[in-house]
Design a protein around this ligand. Structure first.
Ligand code: PRP
Length: 223
């Protein structure tokens, strides 16, 4: 790997952060500054011209699309929702969950076709939700929320939700059941389309390093 090629990697703050650090450390990339960034949002990788940029998960595709970061780690849910023009290089395997449609168990509804015409659907993922319901030929009103989406049906704001579920605990504790799966989600390594070509050797050798750590077969990355 050419450690002299500058590389900026957008790391999502929050639930994926420790998995990202662990993967990078297993790939022998020094993350000591990332483990203790205090309030810094840009931290260097010592011994290289690389740096990490700490971003809100939903903003990672934006930094990468505009070339402010060469690479980024992001959940497939956020990537699908963002509609950004980036290259998806590999599935990193962690952060696994499911993007689902759920309704109150008390509604008796068993599948999306049973939802009433113009049902309200609360979600953090309006683009994915609109596309899903259009594809199903179901007229629905999509209501954007920024979190705690499970509240929607409880307080009469929505008839259904589209959200990610990992353990199923939040659904269960709020009386909701899944009635459809929209996508399987895991974290992805993404790249800026131009940066990927210009810095191909450096990025490709990093991808190969990750593949070895994750026990994945060698392959052609990029979409
Ligand atoms: C996510 C998701 C669900 C919950 C699912 O929320 O939106 O609410 O986790 O996890 P579970 O199936 O393991 O219970 P997050 O914690 O990101 O908070 P948010 O709802 O405020 O976005």
């Amino acid at each position: 790997m050419n450690k002299m090629t500058p590389l900026t990697i957008a790391v999502p703050k929050g639930r994926l952060q420790s998995d990202v650090i662990s993967l990078f450390e297993q790939a022998s990339i020094d993350c000591s500054e990332l483990r203790d960034p205090s309030r810094r949002l840009i931290v260097p990788v010592s011994g290289t011209q690389w740096r990490f940029l700490l971003a809100k998960p939903a903003d990672v595709p934006t930094y990468v699309e505009y070339g402010a970061a060469d690479l980024g780690v992001v959940g497939k849910d956020i990537l699908l929702e963002s509609r950004k023009d980036v290259a998806e290089l590999m599935d990193l395997g962690f952060g696994r969950c499911r993007l689902i449609v759920a309704v109150p168990e008390s509604s008796g509804i068993k599948n999306v076709q049973e939802l009433d015409f113009n049902s309200r659907v609360a979600t953090k993922f309006p683009e994915i939700t609109t596309e899903f319901f259009n594809r199903q030929g179901i007229q629905a009103e999509v209501v954007k929320l920024n979190g705690s989406v499970e509240l929607g049906p409880i307080v009469g704001l929505a008839d259904a939700i589209v959200d990610i579920t990992e353990t199923g605990t939040t659904l269960e504790e709020n009386g909701l059941i899944p009635i459809a799966e929209i996508a399987q989600v895991s974290s992805r390594l993404i790249a800026n389309q131009v940066g990927y070509k210009v810095k191909y050797d450096t990025i490709h050798s990093l991808v190969e390093r990750f593949r070895r750590v994750l026990g994945q077969k060698h392959g052609v990355e990029g979409t």
